[in-house]
Structure formats: structure tokens, C-alpha cells
Design a protein around this ligand. Structure first.
Ligand code: 3Y8
Ligand code: NAP
Length: 244
């Protein structure tokens, strides 16, 4: 099996695979300096597009490709669907459902980051821009705000925004930490991707407790694929397929 990882669910699946001594490899893009260690073999780095992934599937006689990447990792999910089709490999997507608002939530759903940036036009605010590092440049058109930004690793180049409070931390996060973070920064707005799952949701419950508005970016469209939301369901499917 090849697991395309980088999420809490992928790590959980790796534990289940290890407990059954299944031959599985977990793949990281190599986005951060020290990814979480795993109980199964890992590989790091791009494959070289869909063709490169297809070559990998053939060369390593992969029978099952599990796309357990983050809902916003759209490119790798496109490549996985293409490579699975090119090689006749079974593709199963492991993806947690999107977050849904509950009582006390003050959420606004936005189609993309560009819309969020446009909506920030106006007087300075104190914004927890909880989208990581890769898309901060989308907000350079709104330099007037005081941004709180949380990154996995210290940035190796200056950030593209003038007023940034930088927090270096890797999730999963808990509510107490995120409450303290929002209070310390005196945030009045949170902008986040609708990542789903438990690893990034602490900021949402902290926002609810503080009565803060949240702008949630909708997930990008992904190609059709057989999808489950719980790692245990993958093990059931493998059991049906392989009798393991
Ligand atoms: C490299 C692998 C595990 C997986 C843990 C989950 C939870 C904690 C919360 C906030 C939001 C954000 C970010 C986030 C979370 C989990 C999960 C998740 C969000 C690691 C990891 C890798 C990455 C890449 C990194 C991105 C960034 C996004 C930070 C490992 C820790 C903001 C997504 O600097 C960079 O280049 C970082 C890039 C893609 C998004 C961005 O645009 O900056 N994740 N995150 C993976 C690889 O190389 O293939 O180190 O363990 C994994 C996790 N991050 O096994 O416990 O399941 O989602 N990751 C978002 O949700 O918006 C932080 O601060 O509140
Ligand atoms: P992306 O934009 O969909 O992918 C960009 C390129 O990175 C892919 O074409 C592929 O390169 C390589 N890649 C991505 N994921 C890979 C993986 N698991 N193994 C090997 N190569 C991979 O991906 P992304 O949004 O940058 O996310 C990168 C990683 O961070 C993924 O593991 C994802 O699960 C994790 N992550 C992302 C987010 C997020 O907000 N995007 C949040 C949490 C975790 P080639 O074309 O050369 O193969």
C-alpha cells in the first residue's frame, strides 16, 4: 500500500497498518523540516507529477493507493486519481468531513482566499490568519491589519506582510492553547481553511468561546474517488480485498 500522508488520519492509518504488519509506505511532500515519525516506512518528496506517481506505483507493485492528504492538497489528489487510472491501481481517499457550524458559532463561508483578502478592505483589524505559510502572499493587498500567523517551521525568508505576530507551532492544537493565543494577540477575526478533523479545530472552539467571527475557506473541488472518513474503514476494505 502507498499512503499519501500529511494528516492526522494518515498517521492513524499508519498505526493500524503497522499493527497488522501490512507492507505500507507513508509518503510526505517534504514541506516541513521534521515530519512526525511513523511506525511504517516513509518516503519524502514529490513523485514528478501524475506520470512520476504512476511509475512509482508500477515499480513498487502498489496494489492500493490511499489518498489521505489534506483536503486542500488538491494537486496531489488530482495526480493520485490520474496515476491510479493509468495503472489500474485501486484508489481510496481518506478524508474527514468538513466542519459544520454549531450553536454560538459566528462563521462565514468564503469560496477562496482571494475573496477573503478582498473582504479585508477597510480599517485595520487584528486577524488570526490561520492558513499556514504557502498562501500568505494572497493577503499583501491588505497590509493595514495586524496579522497573527502560525507556522510549522521558522520562515527562511521575510514574510510578505508588514505587521505579523509570528507563532511557531505544529498541531494538533488544543483549545486552551488557542484561547491563550487569541487573547494574547487580541484577535478580532479568524481566517481558516475548512480543513475538518480534530487537529485544527481548536481555534474554532476558542473563537466560539470568545464570540469571534470566523471566515472559513471552502475546500477545492477534487476528482471523484471512493472516499471514507475513518481510517478503520480502510482496514475493512483491505480485509475484503486481501483477506488481511
Ligand atoms: C508536511 C507533517 C499528523 C498530521 C498533523 C491535520 C492536522 C496538525 C493543523 C492552524 C492550522 C495548516 C498546516 C495544519 C494542521 C495537522 C497535521 C495539520 C494547519 C504537518 C506536516 C506537514 C504539514 C504541511 C503544512 C502546510 C500548511 C499546513 C500548517 C508533519 C505538520 C495551516 C493547514 O510551511 C509549510 O510549507 C507548511 C505547509 C501544507 C499549509 C500552508 O499553506 O502553510 N500543513 N503539516 C506534510 C508533507 O511534507 O507532506 O510534520 O507531521 C501535518 C499537519 N498539519 O500526522 O499528526 O490533520 O490537518 N497544517 C490548515 O489546516 O489550514 C495549521 O495553525 O491552526
Ligand atoms: P499539493 O499542492 O496538492 O501538491 C503539490 C505537489 O507536492 C504535488 O504535485 C506533489 O509533487 C507534492 N506532494 C504533495 N503531497 C505529497 C505527498 N504526500 N507525498 C509526495 N509528494 C506530495 O500539496 P500541499 O497542499 O502542498 O500539501 C503538501 C503536504 O502537506 C501533503 O502531504 C498534505 O497532506 C500536507 N498538508 C497540507 C495542508 C494544506 O493546507 N495544503 C494542510 C495539512 C497538511 P509531484 O507533482 O512532484 O509529485
Amino acid at each position: 500500500m502507498l499512503i499519501l500522508g500529511g494528516t492526522t488520519e494518515a498517521s492513524r492509518l499508519a498505526q493500524l497498518m503497522a499493527s497488522r504488519s501490512l507492507r505500507a509506505v507513508l509518503s510526505y511532500a517534504g514541506r516541513v523540516e521534521t515530519p512526525r515519525s511513523q511506525p511504517i516506512q516513509t518516503r519524502t518528496g514529490g513523485f514528478g507529477g501524475a506520470q512520476g506517481l504512476a511509475d512509482y506505483l508500477r515499480a513498487h507493485q502498489i496494489t492500493h493507493l490511499i489518498d489521505a492528504t489534506h483536503p486542500f492538497a488538491a494537486q496531489i489528489s488530482q495526480n493520485a486519481a490520474q496515476a491510479a487510472q493509468m495503472t489500474g491501481t485501486r484508489l481510496i481517499r481518506l478524508m474527514r468531513p468538513a466542519w459544520q457550524p454549531g450553536p454560538g458559532d459566528n462563521w462565514r463561508d468564503l469560496p477562496d482566499l482571494a475573496t477573503a483578502a478582498q473582504m479585508l478592505a477597510g480599517p485595520p483589524r487584528r486577524v488570526f490568519l490561520a492558513i499556514g505559510r504557502l498562501h500568505l502572499a494572497d493577503f499583501t493587498s491588505q497590509p493595514q491589519h495586524d496579522y497573527l500567523v502560525r507556522l510549522v517551521d521558522p520562515p527562511d525568508s521575510p514574510l510578505p506582510l508588514p505587521n505579523v505576530t509570528l507563532e511557531i507551532a505544529r498541531g494538533p492544537f488544543d483549545q486552551a492553547t488557542d484561547l491563550a493565543l487569541l487573547r494574547r494577540h487580541r484577535s478580532d477575526l479568524i481566517i481558516a481553511k475548512n480543513a475538518g478533523g480534530a487537529g485544527a479545530s481548536a481555534k474554532l472552539s476558542a473563537a466560539r468561546e470568545l464570540g469571534l467571527p470566523v471566515w472559513l475557506i471552502a475546500r477545492p473541488a477534487l476528482p471523484e474517488a471512493e472516499t471514507v472518513s475513518d481510517p478503520a474503514e480502510i482496514m475493512d476494505l483491505l480485509h475484503a480485498d486481501l483477506g488481511v
